[in-house]
Write a protein of this length. Structure first.
Length: 191
């Protein structure tokens, strides 16, 4: 028990599956330790966690495989005031995020199996991506486009520009934790 009034859901260990040694895809040594554990994860529910750790070269990777997927779900939220920057976003690696005001699409992640961020954190990721594009491309057109987008992001962060966040998750486990009434969650039949 802690003193917090809003109790965060906790990760609960369920069962230990197995542990074995494989050949590392990077250093080719038989030194890749693979461990499989089943957890009851907040929001993701029952999840198989596969962690890979190479004792030789230091390669590390964690994958999460939700064992109780839901139906495909679209979640939409419109940020209209500055406080909305702190609304939490939970996104699985299978989900696509659309930000129409910025013309941005964040494709399903290959690296992060699952991440929790807030609107501000999401905007920072986009700013970082824009910076990387600025370094790689030097055309005036892209420079103009990047400057324009950065101005819009600045306005959003000041609460002077709206931002719509739409998440499309084929396994339906992503979510936007905004107060009820402000988020639309729609299950989509079929695919
Ligand atoms: Zn290795």
């Amino acid at each position: 028990m802690n003193g917090n009034k809003t109790e965060e859901p906790k990760t609960v260990y369920i069962e230990y599956e197995s542990s074995y040694i494989e050949i590392c895809p990077y250093c080719r040594e038989k030194s890749l330790e693979i461990r499989e554990v089943v957890h009851q994860q907040p929001y993701l529910r029952k999840t198989l966690i596969i962690s890979k750790n190479c004792k030789k070269c230091g390669f590390k990777k964690t994958e999460m495989l939700p064992l109780n997927p839901r139906k495909r779900r679209i979640i939409a939220f419109k940020m209209i005031k500055k406080e909305d920057l702190y609304v939490k976003i939970l996104r699985t690696s299978t989900a696509t995020i659309f930000l129409p005001e910025l013309g941005a699409v964040i494709d399903p992640g290959i690296d992060a199996p699952y991440f929790i961020t807030n609107v501000e954190g999401l905007l920072s990721r986009i700013e970082d991506a824009l910076e990387r594009i600025r370094v790689l491309e030097i055309s005036q057109e892209s420079e103009y486009e990047i400057t324009k987008l950065k101005k819009i992001i600045k306005k959003i962060k000041e609460g002077k520009h709206s931002l719509t966040i739409i998440i499309d998750d084929p396994i339906g486990l992503s979510d936007i934790l905004a107060p009820s009434g402000k988020v639309i969650r729609e299950y989509v039949e079929g695919y």
